[in-house]
Design a protein around this ligand. Sequence first.
Ligand SMILES: [Zn+2]
Ligand SMILES: [Zn+2]
Length: 350
Amino acid sequence: MSTDTQSRKIHAAVVDSHQHLAFQQLDLAEPLENEVLVNIVACGICHTDLGFMTEGAILGHEGAGIVERVGSAVTAVKPGDHVLLSYQSCGKCAPCEDHQPYACEHFTKLNFGFQRLDGSSAYPEKVHGHFFGQSAFADYTLVTEQNLVKVDADLPLNVLAPLGCGVQTGAGTVLNTLKVQPGESLMVMGTGAVGLSAIMAAKIAGAKTIIAVDRDPARLALASKLGATETINSDQENYLATLCPHLDYVIDTTGIGHLDEFAQEVLKAGGTLVRLTGSASEPLTQGRKAISVIQGNSVAQEFLPQLITYWQQGEFPLEQLITYYDFDDINRAVRDAKRGNVIKAVLVWE
Ligand SMILES: [Zn+2]
Ligand SMILES: [Zn+2]
């Protein structure tokens, strides 16, 4: 075996014992036959990253970059191709075979287990990579054909990086899961990146009533600009009195208890409440139902190109959500994301 193919030095932001991210030089194994080595150009910060700040972890799951090297069994991309990264799936189980990778039987292991499907790791001991099959808070990472999407080389990777998780979740819930129809009505609670993506998608779908709920006036103003037809400030005591009931759908991105009650009151009989908060789904009254959705039921290789087309047509102005940070400023970016000072932080290498 030649020594130059065994590993490569990379720079990755590793969580330390104080929940601080510190760049380390590490050895990353060269790609297995089904893997693709990607030179990361940009990576969004998603709230799911903030929930996994455990020592040794390399987070980051909205990566975008350029293919550096491919394993012998890879056919979807070649070195030099530009790619967006998304959630990981196995490609082999029944749901994957059935074209539903978001329902992959190995979803938890592959996205939150910090390991490959076979349990191995390409990272040194005590470092936990393979988060969402990417761990893209780094200059290089290993992915598979299942979680990459090839895009045209003239597209801006720094703008499109967030498509692979938060944006796809919000937009996919509207377009893939609910399949919102022209003239329908919905409320979106919480106007972070997921909520605003849902609002932009609802406008594209032709929804007649799009109500945005948040406590931040600046975010509500942006929601109006992006397609909300009405806004409700949930910090105002009388907001419950402002509601117009009988909506077809409510999408909750907040997980705040009293908003959940509000949601059920404004929903029409037979309407659907989507909880994008990981909380359990239980039956509601009057034929209303509550569902939880994973990744907007999106097949990234199909849905991301669709969203890119909307973006190119000016219907999905994703750049209005983004604040850029140099990767060296990752701790400031994480802090701003945590405090809600920014809607979507995107890290870029200088
Ligand atoms: Zn699978
Ligand atoms: Zn995410």
